[in-house]
Design a protein around this ligand. Structure first.
Ligand SMILES: CC(C)(COP(=O)(O)OP(=O)(O)OC[C@H]1O[C@@H](n2cnc3c(N)ncnc32)[C@H](O)[C@@H]1OP(=O)(O)O)[C@@H](O)C(=O)NCCC(=O)NCCS
Length: 131
């Protein structure tokens, strides 16, 4: 699967097909902006490479059924696979939550808010997940 392709899940139980999508692309965050995240503080003062979790959205009709968790875990797994190949370095998974409820969803799954000026930008340090 290509990182740039939107990945989705669908549910045909309702009359109209419900949709859930996520798109992954590359990004980086300024090292200075990550000063609130302990494990990133030790890194040198260079941009930190990452994968941007863009447009993770779950149709209202299927929210609360584990679809968001599934797509998030798939996204983390794909990114860890890429890291294990070693051709391109990534350290963080980054997302811009659409609202406060979505931000709390990411926090529930281990993401940390990057800084107070951008409370909906959240980051997951992937290094502890590398096997
Ligand atoms: C945030 C979002 C991705 C969550 O997806 P979801 O499929 O409803 O969430 P899931 O059912 O997979 O939730 C799984 C886990 O996350 C937790 N969770 C879900 N929403 C949460 C929230 N707002 N805050 C904290 N935890 C949350 C659940 O309690 C569950 O926890 P568990 O794994 O410990 O049991 C989804 O609501 C979303 O896309 N929101 C923004 C866009 C939007 O609202 N679009 C509407 C289109 S109609």
């Amino acid at each position: 699967m290509e990182l740039s392709e939107p990945h989705g899940a669908s549910h045909r139980g309702s009359r109209a097909q419900a949709q859930a999508t996520v798109t992954l692309t590359t990004t980086s965050i300024e090292r200075a902006s990550a000063s609130g995240i302990d494990t990133l503080q030790r890194l040198p003062q260079f941009p930190i490479p990452g994968v941007l979790l863009a447009r993770l959205a779950i149709d209202c009709r299927v929210q609360g059924q584990g679809v968001g968790r599934y797509l998030l875990r798939e996204s983390v797994g794909l990114t860890l696979d890429l890291m294990s190949i070693g051709t391109v370095a990534f350290r963080v998974l980054v997302t811009d939550a659409i609202d406060e409820a979505a931000a709390r969803f990411y926090e529930h799954h281990g993401f940390a808010r990057l800084h107070a000026e951008a409370p909906c930008r959240l980051v997951l340090d992937l290094e502890p997940l590398v096997r």
